[in-house]
Write a protein that binds this ligand. Structure first.
Ligand SMILES: Nc1ncnc2c1ncn2[C@@H]1O[C@H](COP(=O)(O)OP(=O)(O)OP(=O)(O)O)[C@@H](O)[C@H]1O
Ligand SMILES: [Mg+2]
Length: 323
């Protein structure tokens, strides 16, 4: 099969915002006009401030949330409007890893049972073969047999996340969507989990959509990075280019604020107030905070332009030399 593993075209999601007593109902455009493609075995990082739509994008791609507009194709198949029954054979091929492994694990299941559950449910193994398979999966994420019979409350945060990863791996997926998978963990544990993920991707040819506020983590794991601002991609390219030589003024601001905030586990932010997602500014959404904004920037949303080298940029004024 040629073409990307997963592709989004013109993807959008609008939520009804909570309305105050006297205010008219408003809508939040959580994801807008979003095109992306992820190849088999590739890793794409998604970064951007809190509320920019990263988790909404993840849930849309996994068909956990119906899109308001646009199209999603998985392995060449249009999955935008598939019902749950038609999605079922695809569900095992796309797995989600959350930030909080404690919430993802059933407290009544041992590590062995948690990983065995999807295999049993799909009738893929039983008895001795099932036990061997589960032990092998847990070994792959660095949990020796001594951990098989432990319950979540007997595991550290990092060990719980390893169980979640082994469980996601059980059905041999093609795609892991990782939504801040290490944000809740200590820095030393984070590094171990990233090593585990790197190894799994290399051995199994997994594709990663890797959401993280930590730009250093994204740089370590992903070849490509997309930067989101208020629901839209503003820049995308290789991790080396986007994080090493950022062109969009928002990417630059994000990187400039990293050392201060990343140490505290806070999503880096550009200077100034983030816009109200229910009342975005006219034109380019970043324009009120942008150091190189001109009058024209408030007139129309700039398009996401394809540059020659596979770089995409939503700023006609950023030529790579502006401050
Ligand atoms: N179910 C919902 N109903 C209404 N608004 C929502 C809903 N889910 C998300 N939103 C809004 O959509 C926007 C994007 O939210 P989302 O959770 O995707 O952001 P995020 O980038 O994942 O943020 P964070 O870094 O904090 O996890 C936000 O303004 C959020 O308030
Ligand atoms: Mg999120």
């Amino acid at each position: 099969m040629t073409g990307p593993l997963i592709r989004a075209e013109g993807l959008a999601k609008t939520f009804d915002a909570k309305r105050g007593a006297f205010r008219a109902p408003r809508q939040i455009q959580a994801v807008a006009d979003l095109d992306l493609a992820l190849d088999r075995g590739a890793a794409l990082g998604i970064v951007g401030e809190s509320g920019c739509g990263k988790s909404t994008l993840a849930r849309l791609l996994l068909r956990l949330l119906p899109p308001s507009a646009g199209r999603i194709t998985f392995d060449g198949q249009d999955i935008t409007a598939l019902d749950e029954r038609a999605m079922r054979p695809l569900r095992r091929r796309m797995q989600l890893i959350h930030q909080n492994p404690s919430a993802a694990l059933d407290p009544r299941l041992t590590a062995e049972d948690a990983v065995a559950e999807p295999l049993r449910a799909q009738g893929l193994a039983s008895g001795r073969a099932l036990r061997d398979r589960v032990a092998a999966l847990l070994a792959e994420v660095g949990l020796p047999p001594a951990f098989l019979h432990r319950y979540p409350h007997e595991l550290s945060g990092g060990q719980k996340q390893r169980v979640c990863i082994a469980r996601a791996l059980a059905l041999a997926p093609d795609l892991l969507v990782l939504d801040e998978p290490t944000s809740a963990l200590d820095v030393s544990v984070q590094a171990q989990i990233l090593d585990v993920l790197d190894g799994l991707r290399a051995r199994h040819g997994l594709a990663f959509l890797f959401i993280s506020h930590n730009l250093a983590v994204v740089r370590q794991v992903c070849e490509r990075v997309a930067v989101m601002y208020l629901g839209r991609i503003v820049e995308e390219g290789t991790a080396a280019e986007v994080l090493g030589a950022p062109r969009h003024p928002y990417t630059r601001a994000l990187l400039a604020s990293v050392p201060r905030l990343e140490a505290r586990g806070v999503t880096p932010a550009a200077p100034g107030e983030p816009p109200n997602p229910a009342a975005p500014p006219p034109g380019c959404a970043f324009q009120p905070r942008c150091p190189i904004a001109a009058e024209a920037c408030g007139a129309a949303m700039p398009p996401l332009l394809d540059l020659a080298d596979g770089h995409r940029l939503r700023c006609p004024r950023a030529d790579g030399t502006a401050p």
